[in-house]
Design a protein around this ligand. Structure first.
Ligand code: NAD
Length: 313
């Protein structure tokens, strides 16, 4: 993968990677495979251990990770953590070389990205919001969709890095525009997943064979991305987390965060977001029932899906 994408003018870079979870692990591996020196930071030992196995050099602090890099990549749960690691006296902006660029692949919302863009400018470094779509499988394949917000010069400067993980990469506009695109997309994905879960449970109650139901919907008008890739009943789509004990994947708490961001933006811009609100409430209920860190397909269990053997947890 790394070699195929290595351009003729390839140069090795030092890279900092902060946030080595479900997405950060496979994404950072593409950077290692491409021959870059990747220094990683994560608060969880299990994440650090997995990254180490992939060839990431684990360091103890953001400061140590970023002091001589060309690019700082973040893939963290939400805007709160991204702001924590990028700003403040111990944050990346204060210690990365002038002219280096921070690329935030996380979903943080528009306000966070705009604030980080302004702060980066004040501190003489670059910032690009670069939320991604395509899930863990897209991260593993390196063919994510990337929605970039930031100054053109910074977007261009990090192109050789974003290409390592993304296949469809669009510079949407200034800081925050990538997040705007992502929040709208994920409102559609979250609603798609919610209706796919309830429809699959109903199909099960009606005695429809899950495989027959899945194959028919794919050729019918109910098809959607979440249904196709993350069919929420086990044993039909091998790569769906539902076929792996509902282990994330994409956690319930993260899709709830994305839907909340969409509903808040709807309120701010006077747009009715009724289906996003309902989907948010369903995922929040699933989280409150104790499944916040399971995959979002676990909503089907909350809605009464019968799985055999019973899912763990
Ligand atoms: P995750 O929770 O699996 O990974 C986040 C990692 O960040 C964890 O390993 C956690 O320990 C680490 N972390 C948290 N706070 C930290 C801190 N202060 N310093 C260092 N490390 C810290 O989440 P994920 O599924 O990898 O998602 C990451 C982001 O990507 C989220 O914003 C999510 O909405 C978005 N996203 C996820 C998917 C998906 O399918 N999982 C798809 C598209 C976008």
């Amino acid at each position: 993968m790394g070699d195929r994408r290595r351009p003729k003018e390839w140069v090795m870079s030092n890279v900092a990677w902060i946030g080595l979870g479900h997405m950060g692990i496979p994404m950072s591996k593409h950077f290692v495979d491409a021959g870059h020196e990747v220094r990683g930071v994560d608060i969880e030992e299990s994440a650090r251990a997995r990254a180490r196995e992939n060839g990431v050099e684990i360091v103890d602090s953001v400061r140590e990770a970023v002091h001589d890099v060309d690019v700082v990549c973040t893939m963290l749960p939400s805007g709160k953590q991204v702001t924590e690691v990028l700003t403040g006296p111990d944050g990346a902006f204060a210690h990365m070389p002038a002219g280096a660029v921070a690329v935030d692949f996380s979903t943080t919302g528009i306000e966070t990205a705009e604030a980080l863009g302004a702060q980066a400018r004040e501190q003489g470094v670059g910032f690009v919001d670069a939320p991604v779509s395509g899930g863990v499988i897209g991260a593993e394949k390196g063919d994510l969709a990337l929605m970039l917000g930031g100054d053109g010069e910074h977007v261009t400067a990090v192109e050789r890095f974003t290409k390592l993980v993304g296949e469809y990469i669009v510079h949407v506009g200034p800081s925050g525009r990538g997040q705007a695109m992502k929040v709208v997309n994920n409102a559609m994905m979250g609603v798609g997943m919610a209706v796919s879960c309830e429809a699959s449970v109903l199909a099960q109650r009606l005695g429809l064979d899950p495989q027959v139901f899945y194959d028919m919907v794919l050729r019918s008008s109910g098809d959607n991305w979440a249904f196709r890739n993350w069919f929420p009943l086990p044993g039909v789509v091998a790569t769906s987390p539902a076929s792996h004990g509902y282990e994330a994947g994409f956690m319930v708490d993260l899709v709830a965060k994305d839907l909340r961001l969409a509903v808040e933006l709807g309120t701010e811009h006077d747009v009715t977001m009724a289906t996003s609100q309902t989907a948010f409430e369903l995922f929040r209920r699933t989280s409150e029932a104790g499944a916040g860190t399971r995959d979002l397909t676990a909503l089907a269990l909350e809605l009464g899906a019968k799985v055999d053997p019973p899912a763990a947890g």
